[in-house]
Design a protein around this ligand. Structure first.
Ligand code: MN
Length: 413
């Protein structure tokens, strides 16, 4: 049985502003993916969460998603499994669940109170079981609270970790009988594994990214664990069979050197028998130029166009001086060589800004997360709380945010 693992598509993504949508890049990727599915005779496609970039994606992104699903059905691959990520709206993803199920497209948008609902059985044409998948969507704080009793707010981190691991343990317990019959069992999930190499584009999933999971503590019964959330492809904790496929396109300038990929695995009664990393052709590179005004001007002017879609660039300038009109000057240089420069930032020689503080080169509110705004507000109001109390306040804010997210009152991403 051949399985293709991909994740973190973020359909409907914009890179710094509404005019820079990623539709074309995603479209190239999806055409390429259909070819791969056909040429490698894939039996099951797994999308490990963050299908969409926001809980309220633009209509053209939804259309792209459904068109792709219809097209997959016309290939060799007759089974698709989709789980919800932290960017997805669990309810929106689940809305067409019943009808997609008729097409063998299994959707697990959110955690169920009944763990059996997260067990997906894949049959062959003769209706005998070929594979069992434990499909665990992104677990929200509210999903975890349901399962862990100890409700001591000071133990937030322990509680989140324990809750997530307990959920996976339940799933492992349910697939045990299949494994004993010699049927391969795998899992898919959307979580933050400890010590993974992140980029700038993963949204914080629990306050302060607590609840990072030690991969060594995930159940060992699974022949493979297909993860989503981290956008750089990687093995987790050096384990060959626990992997992030990564996002198919770079979602931030910090990913400009990443080699994007999908993963194809083969499993049978002996377990995992083959694993291949298939590089995804890069249609629109993101570039990053750094240095003094002179350095970056030279780098921009030396640039030669070599790709299908013209690259997007960021420029980081290191200077002690005040630079007059620097954004306009750098962008004009880009224009001369046909390069779109989306971001110009000036780094004065001081310690790197923390992720949660508001960048000094901010152009619009859209570039901030709600949590960043909230933290800044606390700072402005000089809210002086002890660390534990502050964590508690942040957690309360995060819970509110999730409620708003789930109700889809407004798109916060
Ligand atoms: Mn993601």
């Amino acid at each position: 049985m051949k399985i293709l693992h991909t994740a973190d598509w973020h359909l409907g993504h914009y890179l710094r502003g509404q005019e820079n949508n990623r539709f074309d890049e995603h479209e190239y990727f999806l055409r390429w993916l259909l070819d791969m599915i056909e040429s490698h005779s894939i039996d099951l496609l797994i999308l490990a969460g963050d299908i969409f970039d926001s809980t309220n994606p633009p209509h053209w992104a939804e259309e792209q998603y459904y068109r792709f699903l219809a097209e997959v059905r016309q290939t060799h691959c007759k089974n698709v499994l989709i789980i919800g990520g932290n960017h997805d709206s669990p309810n929106n993803l689940n809305a067409p669940k019943q009808i997609l199920n008729f097409l063998d497209i299994h959707v697990i948008g959110k955690a169920s109170e009944v763990p059996e609902d997260e067990i997906i059985i894949i049959n062959n044409k003769k209706s005998s079981i070929q594979l069992v998948v434990g499909a665990v969507p992104f677990l929200r704080d509210s999903d975890i609270r349901r399962s862990v009793n100890a409700e001591n707010i000071m133990e937030t981190e322990r509680r989140i970790k324990a809750g997530i691991l307990q959920h996976y343990a339940q799933i492992a317990h349910l697939v045990k009988k299949y494994k004993e019959e010699g049927i391969p069992v795998i899992a898919t999930g959307h979580l933050y594994a400890a010590k993974s190499h992140t980029s700038d584009s993963e949204k914080e999933i629990h306050i302060g990214n607590q609840g990072q999971i030690d991969a060594e503590r995930l159940p060992t019964i699974f022949d493979y664990i297909a993860l989503g959330h981290i956008h750089r492809p990687q093995k987790v904790a050096g384990l060959n069979h626990i992997r992030y496929s990564g996002s198919p396109i770079p979602l931030s300038f910090s990913e400009y050197t990443d080699h994007k990929q999908v993963i194809i695995i083969e499993v049978d009664e002996k377990g995992l028998t083959d694993l291949q990393e298939i590089p995804i052709p890069l249609m629109r590179p993101l570039l990053s130029f750094k240095g003094t005004v002179e350095d970056v001007s030279k780098q921009v002017l030396d640039y030669k166009k070599m790709t299908t879609l013209s690259p997007w660039a960021e420029v980081k300038i290191n200077t002690k001086e005040y630079e007059y009109n620097i954004h306009e000057r750098i962008q004009a240089l880009g224009k001369q060589v046909g390069l779109d420069i989306l971001k110009v930032s000036i780094e004065h020689d001081k310690a790197g800004a923390q992720n949660d503080t508001i960048p000094t080169n901010l152009q619009s509110l859209h570039e901030l997360t709600p949590l960043q705004v909230f933290k800044q507000k606390c700072e402005n109001e000089q809210v002086n709380l002890e660390e534990d109390k502050y964590k508690e306040v942040l957690e309360a804010f995060q819970s509110l945010l999730e409620e708003v997210d789930e109700d889809n009152i407004t798109a916060l991403s």
